[in-house]
Write a protein that binds this ligand. Sequence first.
Ligand code: 4AD
Ligand code: MG
Length: 443
Amino acid sequence: DDEDSSIKLKKGDQSGTRILVLGRAHRIRKQKDVIFVELKDGYGKMQCVFAGDVAKTYDAITLTQETSMKIYGELHEVPAGATAPLGRELHVDYFWIDPAWKAPGGDDALSTRVAPDADPNTKLNLRHLTLRGDTASSILLVRDSVEFAFNSTYKELRMRKVSPPALVQTQVEGGATLFEFQYYDEKAYLTQSSQLYLETCLPSMGNVYCIEKSFRAEKSLTRRHLSEYTHVEAELDFITFNELLDHLEYVMCTVLKKVMDEPETAAIIKKLNPSFELPQQPFMRMKYTEAIDWLVKHEILTDEGKPHEFGDDIAEAAERKMTDAINKPIFLTHFPAPIKSFYMQKDAEDDRVTESVDCLMPGVGEIVGGSMRMYDYAELMQAYKNSDIDPEPYYWYTDQRRYGSSPHGGYGLGLERFLAWLCNQHTVRDTCLYPRYMNRCTP
Ligand code: 4AD
Ligand code: MG
């Protein structure tokens, strides 16, 4: 049966047993009388040795990379000095290739079309084939583990998963990056964040989270911006800002521990990111004003070439220079209200700044944005005004401040950025299945 033929499930088989495996020819090495085929399925690889009559058949001689095969053979330990996945190889006595299973050779062969030195655009157009490579697929395996670890960590914290709508009529993070579309006779947007909806769930569901897509019409091409990304968002009721920071640190570190406790995932991470170590706790906590001082002291200028001043947005380049120099995770807190979103709670001790946090990671910069939320009705009404937002479409959000308001807060973590940091990838385009960014919506 299907399960029994998975290469991975054959790990426990004893030498000498005859088995059946199904998979694709990942690598083919032809010698004079012997053909070595590294067979691969989504669970593992197995070296298959074609010798004697089976090596002389037409299908063996003309075998092309990615061709699917059904193979019978006997398992053997690999000879001393040789290596093979699992330390075993299969001595093939019979194999079968359905005519429809054959992959093209020549100019159409996979390794020709997505050669390692192919230009990035070609690789992206052929993402469906690039994914068959070892690196691309191993990042997606890490991604699967990370998502699972977030779910299990939140479950342990008794948090409830909900699924907010993607089609909305409100913005969260400013009008500039909204994808607008015609929704029957009305105007609507693709959601920028599920935060506002998570807030509405607190009274009935308790602390909640979601792992959903968010959409941003980013008009620049950077290595960390996508137009569609996966957003891990959480919202917690009756908490303080410091409790929010502690929770965020706990979740991130627990997820990393879980992932590194899985041997298969840990091995991939070690390979992609050899110097990776679990981050030291507690994370460095740095106020926005301290960051401005740091940037001034280290003569890192704004994008306009001026020294940083209180009130300036810390742009991507400056943020990365600082994070790389400090070279460990940073919780950057207390941003000035005017450069942050309308809903952020002001700091009780200094109302120029908000109870906000960005988590910065070396190599990537910001991977999390979070804050306490304004919970006073009158303050929120004023905040809409300050940000030039028509409060009407937000009636359901505003109502949370009328029916049993509470101090609460939350955050959003960009999964692709988290993975770019964890797997030491230059760009978030390599940490999602099919990246979407300006001028790319295919495949
Ligand atoms: O900082 P942002 O815009 O915050 C929010 O959306 C909050 N409403 C989240 C919340 O509190 N529930 O986005 C949060 C994170 C960023 O730190 C970044 O990791 C990621 O989302 N992100 C992107 N990732 C890839 N491509 C983009 N265009 C992204 N924009 C934000
Ligand atoms: Mg942000």
